[in-house]
Design a protein around this ligand. Structure first.
Ligand code: AMP
Length: 409
C-alpha cells in the first residue's frame, strides 16, 4: 500500500514547461514536505538497515518524491542530475519490490556507459546487503561467458549497456518473460550516443505490462518522444530547475591564454590543497598531454578516455577512488556515470561546447551532502562559450585572475 505521504504529494499538480504535460502529473521536488525519514517513505526493514549501514540520514529531494511513487508501481520520469541521489531513488524501491518474490529476472536497468552500469550495480548491492537479491552488470569489452552463465541462471536484476545486452538477447541467453520493471538511466545520453535503435529492439522483447522508470538530466524532444512511447501516465519528478547547476558548487572562471593552461593547472594543483580533482579536456590527446605534464610536475594523475582499454579505465578509476591518484583527467564521454564521492574539485581544462555538459560535469562535485569547487579555464577564443553557459544556468560565473596567467594582465 502506498504511504499516506505518497498520496499527499500526488495531489500537488504543478505546471512546468514540458510540452506533453497533459498526460502527466508533475511534482516540484523543491517544495518542502517536512522532515521525512526513509521509514516514512514505506521502505522495508532490510533496506532501512542498509541505509543505516551506508550512513544516510535523510532522503534527498528526488528520493523523497520518487521512492513512494516507484513503490506504488507508477511509471516515473525523474529529471535529475548525478549528485542528487537519483540512483538510490530507483534502486531502493526496486530492491523493495523484489523482496520475497521468485528468483527470476524481474528488473532491467539500461545505462549508456559501462561506468554507470557498474555504479548502478554497486548501488543495488549496497541496498540489498540484508536482502537476497542478485544483480549482474552486462557490458561489452569484458568476457562474454560469465555473463552468459549468470543470465541463463536467471538473476533478479540485470544492469546493462544496450549493445552487449542485445547480443545476449539474440543468442537467447536471457529471458525477460517475467520482467516487471524497466529503468532507462540517463536516457538523454543514451540517445546522444545513438542507442535509439538498440533501445527499441530491447523494449520490443520485454512485457508490455510493466513499470517503466526513465531518468534524464535534460528533456529534449527526443527524450519526450521516448517517454511517450514507453511510459504509461508517468509522474514527472523534477529536482531543481532544468539546466540549473548544483547549488553546493562554487564556480569560477580563470581567464588564461590557451598555451598557458597546462602551467596554470600545475600552478593551482601544487599551490593549494586539492585532494581529489577531476579534470576535463575536450580531446583524448589533450587528456594524455595534461597527465604527462602533471606527472612531470610531480602530481599523480591518470587518464580516462575511449582509447584506454576497459582494464586501464577501471584501474584508473580504482586508483582515483582509493586516493592513489589525486587527479583523474577525462574526456566528456568518459565522464558520464562517474560516481566518485568526495571529489573536491572539477576543472574544465577546455570550456565545454554544450552548456548541458557544463552542468553535468560540475555535477561530479558538490555531491549530495558536500560542497565542491568547479573551475573553468577560459582562453580568449572561449569567451563566447562561457557566456552561453552563463545564460543557460542563469548566473554569472565569477572571474578569478591569477597574476601572470590572465590574458588581460
Ligand atoms: P547519485 O546522484 O545517485 O549519483 O548519488 C550521489 C551521491 O550521493 C552518491 O555517492 C550516493 O552514495 C550519495 N547519496 C545518495 N543518497 C544519499 C542520502 N540520502 N544521503 C547522503 N548521501 C546520499
Amino acid at each position: 500500500m502506498p504511504s499516506p505521504y505518497a498520496v499527499a504529494i500526488c495531489r500537488r499538480h504543478l505546471a512546468l514547461p514540458i510540452s506533453f504535460r497533459g498526460s502527466m502529473t508533475i511534482l516540484d521536488s523543491e517544495a518542502t514536505v517536512g522532515d521525512v525519514t526513509f521509514a516514512d517513505l514505506g521502505l522495508a526493514q532490510p533496506l532501512l538497515d542498509a541505509l543505516r549501514d551506508a550512513g544516510y540520514e535523510r532522503p534527498t529531494p528526488i528520493q523523497r518524491e520518487a521512492i513512494p511513487l516507484a513503490l506504488s508501481g507508477r511509471d516515473l520520469i525523474g529529471l535529475a542530475q548525478t549528485g542528487t541521489g537519483k540512483t538510490a531513488s530507483f534502486t531502493l524501491p526496486m530492491v523493495h519490490r523484489l523482496l520475497g518474490g521468485p528468483r527470476r529476472t524481474r528488473v532491467l536497468v539500461l545505462t549508456p556507459t559501462r561506468e554507470l552500469c557498474l555504479q548502478v550495480e554497486e548501488s543495488v548491492r549496497k541496498y540489498s546487503r540484508h536482502a537476497p537479491v542478485d544483480v549482474i552488470p552486462v557490458f561489452g569489452g569484458v568476457g562474454y561467458e560469465p555473463q552468459e552463465r549468470a543470465l541463463r541462471q536467471g538473476v533478479d536484476v540485470v544492469v546493462a549497456t544496450p549493445g552487449r545486452l542485445l547480443d545476449h538477447l539474440e543468442k537467447r541467453n536471457v529471458d525477460f518473460t517475467y520482467l516487471e520493471t524497466l529503468v532507462l538511466e540517463e536516457a538523454d545520453r543514451m540517445l546522444d550516443m545513438g542507442f535509439a535503435p538498440q533501445l527499441n529492439r530491447i523494449v520490443e522483447q520485454v512485457p508490455r505490462y510493466r513499470q517503466t522508470l526513465l531518468f534524464s538530466a535534460t528533456m529534449p524532444p527526443e527524450v519526450e518522444a521516448l517517454a511517450r512511447k514507453y511510459l504509461r501516465k508517468p509522474v514527472v519528478v523534477q529536482v531543481g530547475r532544468r539546466s540549473s547547476a548544483a547549488t553546493t558548487v562554487t564556480h569560477a572562471v580563470y581567464p588564461v591564454p590557451r598555451h598557458r593552461k597546462n602551467d596554470l593547472l600545475v600552478h593551482l594543483l601544487t599551490a593549494a590543497d586539492h585532494d581529489s580533482v577531476l579534470v576535463f579536456t575536450r580531446t583524448k590527446s589533450g587528456a594524455d598531454r595534461v597527465v604527462r605534464d602533471l606527472s612531470q610536475a610531480g602530481v599523480q594523475a591518470g587518464a580516462m578516455h575511449a582509447d584506454k582499454s576497459q582494464r586501464e579505465r577501471m584501474q584508473a578509476l580504482e586508483d582515483f577512488k582509493s586516493g592513489k591518484l589525486r587527479v583523474l583527467v577525462a574526456t566528456d564521454i568518459a565522464q558520464r556515470g562517474l560516481d566518485i564521492s568526495g571529489i573536491t574539485h572539477v576543472i574544465n581544462f577546455d570550456v565545454p561546447q554544450q552548456p548541458e555538459d557544463y552542468v553535468h560535469r560540475i555535477g561530479r562535485t558538490g555531491r549530495a551532502a558536500s560542497t565542491g569547487d568547479a573551475y573553468t579555464f577560459m582562453s580568449a577564443e572561449e569567451i563566447g562559450l562561457v557566456r552561453t553557459i552563463e545564460r543557460t544556468i542563469g548566473q554569472e560565473i565569477p572571474r578569478v585572475s591569477v597574476p601572470g596567467f590572465d590574458f588581460g594582465t
